[in-house]
Design a protein around this ligand. Structure first.
Ligand SMILES: [Zn+2]
Length: 107
């Protein structure tokens, strides 16, 4: 799936409520173990990096790294009034994880 098609899919899922606007309370990154990506609906193969968000008692939400980045941008576009300074921290975390898991950025 190309980046533009993925962005449109993520926007649709945000609008329909299938993806949250709020960032998870906790966010982790690491090697995948065949999780299903919440954004694109495909399996995150075990050689890729998975971004996993957890909020309270809700089920964890998993993303490919590229899907996570697009979701994080799109949720802010559609919900700009709720933009918070900690979103800068999220972008820094992704950049840092890309450096640590450079093998996980392959598509
Ligand atoms: Zn994905």
């Amino acid at each position: 799936m190309d980046r533009e098609a993925l962005r449109i899919l993520i926007r649709d899922r945000l609008r329909s409520g299938r993806l949250p606007y709020n960032r998870p309370a906790e966010l982790f990154g690491g090697p995948a173990c065949d999780e299903i990506c919440a954004a694109c609906g495909t399996i995150i193969r075990d050689w890729r990096l998975v971004m996993e968000g957890v909020s309270g008692k809700e089920a964890a939400i998993c993303f490919h790294l590229v899907c996570f980045e697009l979701w994080n941008k799109e949720r802010l576009v559609w919900d700009t009034e709720r933009r918070r300074p900690e979103d800068v921290t999220l972008r820094m975390l992704v950049a840092r994880l890309r450096g640590l898991f450079s093998w996980g950025a392959r598509d």
